[in-house]
Write a protein that binds this ligand. Structure first.
Ligand SMILES: [Zn+2]
Length: 211
């Protein structure tokens, strides 16, 4: 079973193995329905204009729904039109939610790694922080792992970064890609020189958080 921890494409066939990233504007319809599946929802650093205290309260409510597996994608991006202070402010609210409701964070981070690592140092979170779509070099991967983050790899990745990521901290995703998740698992297993079944962090995450 290939668990896809981050996908923007909902497909009925994948129910039970995919964490579908719900656009926050659609989340209410999903959580008010009996739609099956696993979901993540959060405020993306590009689209903070949709942020409101009311929506944050609704997110709190949705976290009580067992279909909501993770908070995200959320995080920091140097290309966002919102200044970094505002991004940190809203990201921290999602860290609070992740900690109080015991849900992992799926993190989008572009060019703001120092800020991200500082936040981890300051907040000392208990919950899992997964940096999704990681394409960084091994030096950055090492820093992230040392800071206590886990990494999620998609279709495109730096092979050396995959090599140094321990299997327990290594997640796999399709994100926006059309490449089947099984093919991405195979690519990564080849780099890790392991069996695809050994890549079980995603499976463990779902087992732990979908009860
Ligand atoms: Zn994404």
């Amino acid at each position: 079973m290939f668990v896809d921890i981050h996908s923007h494409k909902f497909a009925v066939d994948d129910i039970g193995t995919v964490i579908y990233n719900v656009p926050i504007a659609k989340a209410d319809t999903i959580f008010c329905s009996d739609m099956k599946g696993f979901f993540s929802v959060g405020f993306h650093p590009w689209y903070l204009d949709v942020y409101s205290a009311e929506l944050m309260d609704m997110m709190k409510m949705w976290t009580d729904d067992s279909r909501l597996i993770a908070i995200g994608e959320c995080g920091l991006d140097k290309n966002s039109k919102f200044d970094i202070e505002r991004q940190i402010e809203i990201f921290e609210k999602q860290i609070n939610l992740s900690e109080s409701k015991h849900k992992p964070l799926i993190i989008h981070c572009v060019g703001c790694y120092n800020e991200l690592f500082d936040l981890r140092k300051r907040r000392k979170p208990q919950q899992l922080w997964i940096i999704h779509g990681f394409r960084g070099k091994p030096q950055l991967a090492e820093q992230a792992l040392k800071a206590g983050c886990s990494l999620s790899f998609g279709e495109h990745f730096n092979e050396d970064s995959v090599r140094i990521t321990p299997i327990d901290n290594l997640y796999i995703e399709t994100d926006e890609s059309d490449m089947p998740i099984g093919d991405i698992y195979e690519k990564i297993a080849m780099v890790k020189k392991c069996a695809v079944e050994d890549l079980c962090a995603g499976r463990e995450l779902l087992k732990k958080h979908s009860l």
